[in-house]
Design a protein around this ligand. Sequence first.
Ligand SMILES: *Cc1c(COP(=O)(O)O)cnc(C)c1O
Length: 392
Amino acid sequence: MTFDYICSECGKVYDIRPDLMVCPDCAENQIEDQPLAGVLEVRLTGEADSSFDLFDLLPVEKEFFPPSPVGNTPLWEPENIRKRTGFKNLYIKDDGANPTSSFKDRASYLVSAFAKKNGINNIVLASTGNAGSSMAGIGAAAGQKITIFLPETAPPAKIIQALQYGAQVHKVAGNYDLAYDFSMEYSKRAGGMNRNTAFNPMTIEGKKTVSLELFKQLGTVPDYVFISTGDGCILGGIYKGFEDLKKLGIIGQIPVIYSVQAEGSDALYRAFHSGKFTNIPTSTVADSICVDVPRNGSYALKKLKTHGGRIIRVSDEQIIEAQSDLSASAGLFTEPAGSTAWAGFKKAAGELEKEALVVIMATGNGLKDTATALKGVRMPGKSISSIDEILK
Ligand SMILES: *Cc1c(COP(=O)(O)O)cnc(C)c1O
């Protein structure tokens, strides 16, 4: 297999090198407050069949990956939910089971390997919380130095995680978008590899592994995949994985993907309908998908349109309800951005055939943000002093 970069906008082709992150020609047209211009996509050329080894479809050799068990996450068959909804072929992909408990490990894993291969030991990024704690953990296993910029509202558990892994953590006086700008300036001035989502092409490429795994686990492609969307990097990555399998002739068809956004952070949804991105301040309980300007927005939008994908929105109330519903009926406690996909399925289920093979992506562990999870449950009231008090 050979690999190079192709610009997702102008189609120009480049060799893969660590100092090239976006298409230089298209990046010149970058407009402020708009998604990244000139996102580069890894292009694979070669042959493989359905018994492929996942690492053979990645642009960095296996020997450079850190010793972290990323991916191969469990595919749940939630019996109670199947019975209740009538969807007999419904699965939940639990990416909260990754080493740092979120989907982001798929990107960090490949970025870490890419840096190692190129002799780079410092990695810099902005994050709402999960990308940072992920890069910190995967980087720790690789012996790399990680510097993170976070919004001041990031859930404490995610910050503590990053600190535990030994990362350098900076809170910025503002939101994720400001953290993004700061991290760009920092890596420009201080050096190191920047792992910002979509900006580093390996983030999209790493995230494609979930599609390859789904094919391996199911022996076929799903009919529908539900994924929550903020920056659109996971959404783009899922499409990329299925596109690669199709290009190799391993699958014939790409699933219908439902991108699910929070009503309070719906930039991609709006762009899908209006054709342009507008910057409106965002707010949602699902912190991992709270972004003003979706960095991978142009790329993700193009994929959605090309493949007939759908995009829907759910309210914060629906996200919180979906979180406790999934916990109580499947035994799967996912963070709000994870349960957003489940809320999206509940909203769209009426449009789908009951026989369809449906995969819901649960993208992060519920313990990452207990403050929000608390909104969906009632803490026990006063402490009891005897069993009589509850058994009478
Ligand atoms: C980052 C993240 C998402 C959304 O991914 P994008 O690439 O930003 O669209 C969803 N869920 C969780 C838990 C995340 O950490």
